[in-house]
Design a protein around this ligand. Structure first.
Ligand code: GTP
Ligand code: MG
Length: 200
């Protein structure tokens, strides 16, 4: 699962513009600001190969990163960004759904869930949509380093609440991993998990 090489390949506005080869790929999906681009940087140990921002809505296109010349990590625009222009919102569902439904090379979706906040309806809706469409997912809980919450629950409690809500919709609970791009927590575990999925 060692990463020797990573290259940015291209940004695509539409599913049909994405690279067309048979390399396996993992899509990184989740709410705006959940830490998708940060997770990619942490996995490949490059500070800013995927651009990040404190403000939601940073990633606007489908970005393909080629790892070890053999598989793709795909950075997607976030969903649930209230301030996004209406046009961009409509675009999201058409292009991302088009991407997911026509991808025979998709190994799994890494669905990122912010562990520093309680379960969000939009994340549950997304997980359920992927489940209904038989798209394999791995839950990647992000920001697990954020232990000092002024009020509310700790990350492990938010994760437990999220799992409880998901249980009703899945016969088998999808795999899940706790991560932090700030501390590197879960990084090796996630890389190993992805290498196992690729080799099935
Ligand atoms: P969009 O591209 O807008 O959809 O956002 P994104 O999901 O790619 O989020 P991004 O990686 O740009 O990170 C958003 C903010 O969260 C940045 O300020 C990051 O520094 C911060 N962040 C990301 N991951 C972590 C984490 O594991 N821990 C902490 N504490 N902050 C994080
Ligand atoms: Mg991003």
């Amino acid at each position: 699962s060692h990463i020797k090489d990573v290259q940015f390949v291209k940004s695509s506005a539409r599913a049909r513009d994405c690279p067309k080869d048979n390399r396996p790929e993992f899509a990184v999906l989740g709410r705006s600001n959940v830490g998708k681009s940060s997770l990619i940087n942490s996995l490949v140990r490059k500070k800013e190969i995927a651009l990040t921002s404190k403000k939601p809505g940073k990633t606007q296109l489908i970005n393909h990163f080629l790892v070890n010349k053999s598989w793709y990590l795909v950075d997607l625009p976030g969903y649930g960004f209230a301030k996004a222009p209406e046009a961009a919102k409509t675009d999201w569902s058409s292009f991302t759904k088009g991407y997911f439904l026509n991808k025979s090379t998709l190994v799994a979706v890494l669905l990122l869930i912010d562990a520093s906040v309680p379960p969000q309806k939009i994340d549950l809706d997304c997980a359920n949509w992927l489940g209904r469409n038989n798209i394999p997912i791995t839950f990647v809980f992000t920001k697990c380093d954020k232990m000092k919450v002024a009020k509310g629950k700790r990350p492990d409690e938010n994760i437990r609440d999220f799992q409880e809500l998901i249980r009703q919709n899945y016969k088998q609970h999808p795999p899940w991993i706790m991560t932090s791009s700030a501390t590197g927590m879960g990084r090796d575990e996630l890389l190993l998990h992805m290498s196992q999925l690729r080799n099935y």
